[in-house]
Design a protein around this ligand. Structure first.
Ligand SMILES: [Zn+2]
Length: 215
């Protein structure tokens, strides 16, 4: 079964290059995207609303023009493994998710999707074979209209320079930039720590490559 214009094996290679490894979620996600696009008008312009941060966004970014970078892919993380492709103006489109009632036919997919066993005990080869054979038959589609609150303006408007750190941020946020207001997601470390970190990383790589050469 093909994944958009690719054979399944070719798609597995693409996933490996892009995602780092052939994760089942990106493979299943490929069939979900494929199914959605079989329902959508070829000439349409679609945005994507993905309900999980895990794996599925990479299938969307590999197979469509929707990326987080260009703003056509929005992630609203409800933890559900589902994606909606919707027409920009009408906001109407197709939502694709996994139909758990169909998973009894595919024991490895069921084990993986419902997390019935720890990852180490799952059969990777059999799981991949099932994903390839099942294709989009385990998916379910719904016609939906995306709610207003998910339509995010691409342009954040004018920017100002923060008087504290000299970086720019949207002028709609008043006062200091979010970082200088204490809403940062990181803490600043002294430069000396960066150097010692680099040395530790170098040593780790050297040890790993020595061990590899010994084999
Ligand atoms: Zn600042």
């Amino acid at each position: 079964m093909r994944v958009r214009s690719y054979s399944f094996d070719r798609y597995v290679e693409l996933v490996r290059d892009f995602h780092g490894y052939a994760a089942p979620g990106v493979l299943v996600g490929g069939y979900m995207v494929d199914l959605a696009y079989r329902h959508l008008h070829k000439a349409g312009l679609y945005n994507a609303l993905c309900e999980t941060r895990k794996c599925l966004p990479d299938a969307i970014q590999l197979l469509t023009a929707c990326t987080t970078g260009n703003g056509w892919l929005t992630i609203h993380d409800t933890g559900r493994f589902a994606v909606t492709f919707y027409e920009k103006r009408s906001r109407q489109g197709i939502r694709v998710s996994i139909d758990t009632s169909k998973l009894d036919f595919w024991p490895e997919i069921k084990t993986w999707f419902l997390k019935l066993k720890p990852k180490a005990q799952q059969e990777e080869g059999r799981l991949r074979a099932e994903i390839s054979a099942a294709g989009s038959s385990i998916c379910v589609t719904r016609y939906v209209k995306v709610a207003d609150r998910f339509i995010i303006a691409k342009d954040h408007g004018p920017v100002v320079v923060c008087p504290c750190c000299n970086e720019t941020y949207p002028s709609s946020v008043h006062g200091l930039c979010p970082d200088c207001r204490g809403e940062s997601g990181f803490v600043r470390l002294p430069e000396s720590e960066l150097e010692s970190n680099r040395k530790t990383t170098d040593q780790t790589y050297q040890m790993a490559s020595r061990n590899l050469n010994r084999r």
